[in-house]
Ligand binder design. Structure first.
Ligand code: PMV
Ligand code: MG
Length: 384
């Protein structure tokens, strides 16, 4: 496999020039929890709420800095041992938040070393729309967006670009080193932009491949069992509104509880998976057809399945505030559900572009539900 089949050379003159890329955050529309099983499907959107990453050349010989204005103003310093050893060495213990960034950098650098490119040093800076001004996360997938943003920005800095599937695969490899809990749906949405149909890969297989395949190029070129990602073309007549209940929830914690409680052998669980799969497949078609009545049926079905499953295993998915968000939406002819792991965070409402969106937003505000002013982002392509 030649690297030219994986990466697109943008312009060799452009290498090591400061690069900024913006990567969209995400929200789940349907298929949550079930998507944690390989081959199950989910629908997500990428949003025009962005996390940007700027990479510039550091003139120091074997050191550089990483900085996120929203975490702490002070830059973090790193060093590296040689110009062909992937990965940065933090100067001190860094907060866990940086684990995704460090893993993303190491993964891209492994690829660059495989391509015989000498590594440079950087000043890397992050800015984000994915948090409120007080630093509280909206639950729009910041660890996924930070991973994808770092990968895209670094490749660009070295003069390359890659298609969304390669970006997703690099991000999945980098994320798996940090946590094995997620389905990586967030990475698919952030790498592809727009409306996404996502079928999760076998992460057990992936973990084994990472150990068994020394070459990253080879692993990137392989077909990954069960993985499927595609854009859905959804007409503008379908209106999506997002409400935030200002109760940040820990997806990792909720997923952990879910994995401890659910009984994978039970009929209930198997039915949940089968019903979720059927609902998501139908919803994907109805979204592309722009049939709002059918889409709303699908959203209601997806909500019902999640409620039944989480009630049985006593998981706090749909909080009272989220139920309120949903009921208000229904009174404006929208259909709504919790988004993602639940337990707070965001809910999504879908209606027709001719519904009373402003009325819904005003009523949410009265109920202390914060409407987030984001729309679905445009799809991302290789050269962007
Ligand atoms: O809470 P969010 O938006 O990060 O979504 C989590 C969705 C889960 O299916 C519960 C977990 C996952 O990684 O897919
Ligand atoms: Mg969440």
């Amino acid at each position: 496999m030649h690297y030219k089949d994986l990466l697109l050379e943008i312009d060799s003159e452009q290498a090591f020039v400061t690069q900024t890329v913006s990567t969209p955050g995400k929200l789940y529309i349907a298929g949550e929890y079930a998507i944690l099983e390989p081959g199950q499907a989910a629908i997500l959107v990428a949003l025009d709420a962005y996390l940007s990453c700027t990479v510039s050349l550091a003139t120091d010989n074997l050191s550089g800095t990483l900085q996120s204005t929203t975490i702490q103003n002070e830059p973090f310093n790193y060093t590296r041992s040689t110009h062909n050893q992937p990965g940065l060495m933090p100067s001190a213990m860094w907060p866990r938040h940086w684990a995704y960034v460090l893993s993303a950098i190491e993964t891209v650098e492994r690829l660059l070393v495989e391509l015989n490119l000498p590594l440079q040093n950087y000043h890397i800076q992050y800015e984000t729309d994915l948090e409120a001004e007080n630093g509280r996360k909206y639950g729009l997938g910041s660890s996924g967006a930070v991973t994808v943003s770092t990968i895209r920005a670094l490749l660009r800095f070295y003069g390359y670009s890659a298609n969304p599937l390669i970006i997703y695969k690099l991000a999945a490899i980098a994320s798996l080193k940090v946590s094995t809990k997620g389905s990586f749906g967030d990475l698919a949405a952030s790498a592809y932009g727009g409306w996404i149909y996502y079928q999760s890969p076998d992460r057990q297989w992936l973990a084994e491949q990472i150990k068994a395949t020394p070459s990253l190029t080879q692993l990137l070129a392989k077909d990954w069992p069960q993985l499927a990602i595609s854009h859905l073309t959804v007409p503008h007549s379908v209106d999506l509104v997002i409400g935030w209940t200002d109760a940040p929830a820990s997806t990792d914690e909720l997923v952990h509880r879910y994995q401890q409680h659910r009984d994978t052998e039970s009929d209930l669980y198997q039915q949940f998976l089968a019903n979720s799969q059927a609902t998501v497949q139908q919803l994907a078609q109805d979204l592309e057809n722009g049939d709002v009545a059918l889409i709303q049926k699908g959203i209601a079905k997806a909500r019902h399945l999640l409620r039944k499953m989480t009630r049985h295993w006593q998981l706090p998915l749909e909080t009272n505030h989220l139920t309120q968000l949903i009921e208000i939406a229904q009174s404006y002819q929208y259909e709504a559900k919790s988004s993602g792991a639940g337990g707070g965070d965001c809910g999504i409402a879908i209606g027709s572009a001719y519904s009373n969106r402003q009325g819904l937003i005003d009523s949410w505000k009265v109920a202390n539900i914060i409407p987030l002013p984001y729309q679905v982002s445009p799809p991302l392509t290789e050269s962007k």
